[in-house]
Design a protein around this ligand. Structure first.
Ligand code: 13P
Ligand code: SF4
Length: 332
């Protein structure tokens, strides 16, 4: 049976009232799904708040690594995802590719014990576990600078996976040198070595887009997410995680125009006026957009029917080390 959005919202509200469940939604979710969430936020806030949440079930509307992180941090919780959609960037690295990266660094003369790995939270539990086992930790876009500063203090080479843009942007902000594995630069000569992953959504923004908006609206501000290419971040007025972008834009005077380089759903609900999307192509994250209101309804209904669907499971040894890597981040 096909229900309208309004009917689905009523059904979802009723199910939420009757079940011991918390619905969680990342900022990039479709508006109608986002509206139904009890907890919203960026990836760091969601990891923290889910850990403190007391419900038996968490229904996580986001991408796979986010639900997985909740399960790893709170193994006794039952975590369901209306869609187990895999972030395209997280998919760019798995355990084998991670091991290959370590082998490349070893071949260039860097001893394994002198490598400190950091993984962006946009990665699988398998990769987080490998990082945890090697003494490394997780970071998100809102705390990457703090985490990298701490790691550099240990005097080791940093291997940053999987997002080359975030790694290089933070290196630039800190005045540190960086390279991407395989770009021909000797990794021995730099502070931060980045894996060659990226977010296809955040690659949509170009210098031409920035030039267009600056010419069209002199005085406009450009605000972007650090998953954008370093050339884009360097040409922008503000670089921040989703939460940091929201705070920055909400604090601007109403008449101040701003053009934003991040996912469409979030930008679209930021401000009624004077806010533009930094691309002529709609920058929608395909995986974040997979989750529909009907998926959310069916997932909640499955809990009511005592046959939960799409439950996240993480193997015990992977969960153990992924938790270590996540907790090292949360401790900071
Ligand atoms: P945040 O850490 O800012 O929530 O970003 C997650 C993400 O996937 C951005 O593309
Ligand atoms: Fe992954 Fe990019 Fe989508 Fe974020 S916007 S979830 S990094 S594919």
């Amino acid at each position: 049976m096909n229900y309208s959005h309004e009917e689905l919202k009523e059904k979802i509200t009723e199910l939420k009232n009757n079940l011991n469940v918390t619905v969680v939604g990342h900022f990039y979710q479709r508006d109608e799904v986002y509206e139904m969430a009890d907890i919203t936020g960026d990836s760091l806030e969601l990891a923290r708040r889910c850990q403190a949440d007391k419900s038996e079930f968490v229904v996580f509307c986001g991408v796979g690594f986010m639900g997985e992180s909740v399960k790893v941090l709170s193994p006794s919780k039952r975590v369901l995802m209306p869609r187990i959609a895999c972030c395209a960037m997280a998919k760019m690295i798995d355990g084998e590719y991670y091991d290959n990266s370590i082998a490349i660094l070893e071949k260039s003369g860097i001893k394994k014990e002198n490598i400190l790995p950091i993984t962006y939270i946009n990665s699988s539990a398998e990769v987080k576990a490998k990082v945890g086992e090697m003494g490394g930790m997780v970071c998100t876009s809102s705390n990457a600078k703090i985490i990298i500063t701490k790691a550099l203090g240990e005097g080791k080479k940093i291997l940053f996976v999987p997002d080359r843009c975030l790694g290089q942007n933070i290196a630039n902000q800190m005045g540190k040198s960086s390279c991407v594995i395989g770009d021909g630069i000797d990794p021995n000569s730099v502070d931060i070595i980045c894996y060659d992953g990226f977010c296809s959504v955040h690659q949509l923004f170009s210098l031409d887009d920035i030039a267009f908006y600056r010419k069209k609206f002199p005085g406009i501000l450009v605000a972007v997410h650090p998953e954008c290419d370093p050339t884009i971040c360097d040409a922008s007025d503000f670089v921040g995680s989703t939460s940091q972008l929201i705070k920055y834009i909400k604090e601007l005077p109403l008449e101040q125009k701003v053009v934003v380089g991040t996912e469409f759903n979030m930008v679209n609900r930021l401000r009624e006026k004077n806010t533009y999307v930094l691309s002529s192509t709609k920058p929608e994250c395909p995986t974040m957009n997979e989750t529909t209101l009907n998926d959310l309804y069916l997932t909640l209904k499955s809990i009511e029917d005592k046959a939960p669907i799409n439950e996240i499971q993480v193997n015990e040894n992977t969960a153990k080390w992924a938790k270590v890597a996540l907790e090292r981040m949360l401790a900071l």
